[in-house]
Write a protein that binds this ligand. Structure first.
Ligand SMILES: [Zn+2]
Ligand SMILES: [Zn+2]
Length: 269
């Protein structure tokens, strides 16, 4: 599709009636990413929605900590949904969660799914017939322990960026490298995901340990190999805060992983 809706229809600061005018699958993924990146600067002019969220943030998190403990683990959907609403109001124009028109469903699942060398803590499944994404966050980490709050928060954010692009970007464009790419971790996704955690930490929503869980090199490694692309130039990598050596290591590991799967006759979906 060559024609996309003007991005202003997405980035509007949104009264409920305006939210209805954001058709799914209609925007350029590149424009969506730059709109999110622009709006994610929480030190700049904030929309009323963002101001409101930042003003009530501490209260919301305190309430969760009182209820579930300070070392609070992401044990339940109440905690996940509170964070999802905060992320949505700060970065996604409230386009994912709104009363009467929820675009994402969030589930806390009691399992751990190991994708061999690519352990995942969650997934986002697009249900096109219903115009929604179902986001599942695993409760358990690789040792079978309950996952840390920051790990779950990062996983949640990661999946929400996928959901945002899958739901609002034009489908064919989103499959290209400058959109979500073939694995979901293309340029538009990286542009967004490399920025949001920094803003969240700077504004005290999450603490800096989240960066330990932000393994963008492994996300990009799979994207590059599956789409048979060369490693982007140094400036691009630096823009995403990525380390070339680490990316190359991840790519090698991913190739070994694929070869082993091939020997066992497994074909990835
Ligand atoms: Zn298109
Ligand atoms: Zn992903």
């Amino acid at each position: 599709m060559d024609t996309h809706l003007p991005i202003a229809m997405m980035a509007t600061s949104a009264q409920p009636s305006e939210e209805e005018s954001r058709p799914l699958y209609s925007f350029s993924p590149v424009e969506l990413a730059s709109a999110v990146v622009q709006t994610s600067n929480l030190s700049a002019d904030l929309s009323p929605r963002q101001q409101d969220t930042l003003a009530t943030l501490k209260m919301k998190i305190d309430a969760l900590e009182t209820k579930y403990g300070k070392e609070g683990l992401f044990e339940n959907e109440d905690i996940l949904r509170t964070y999802a609403t905060i992320f949505d109001d700060l970065f996604f124009f409230g386009s994912l969660i709104s009363p009467g028109q929820n675009r994402i469903i969030i589930k806390s699942i009691d399992k751990y799914y190991a994708h061999d060398i690519h352990p995942r803590m969650g997934e986002s499944v697009h249900i096109r017939s219903r115009g929604i994404c179902e986001i599942s966050i695993w409760r358990l980490n690789e040792d079978g322990q309950l996952g840390y709050r920051n790990l779950s928060a990062m996983t949640l954010l990661h999946e929400m960026v996928h959901a945002f692009l899958m739901l609002y970007a034009c489908g064919p464009c989103n499959k290209s490298w400058d959109g979500g790419g073939v694995t979901g971790h293309g340029q538009a996704w990286l542009d967004i995901m490399s920025i949001l955690p920094i803003e969240l930490v700077q504004h005290g929503v999450l603490d800096s340990s989240v960066f330990e869980f932000l393994d963008l090199e492994s996300d990009l490694a799979a994207e590059l190999i599956d789409s048979k692309r060369e490693i982007p130039d140094e400036t691009t990598l630096e823009g995403w805060g990525l380390n070339r050596k680490r990316l190359e290591k991840e790519m090698m590991e991913y190739q070994v992983f694929l070869a082993e799967l091939g020997e066992r006759g497994v074909i990835l979906p």
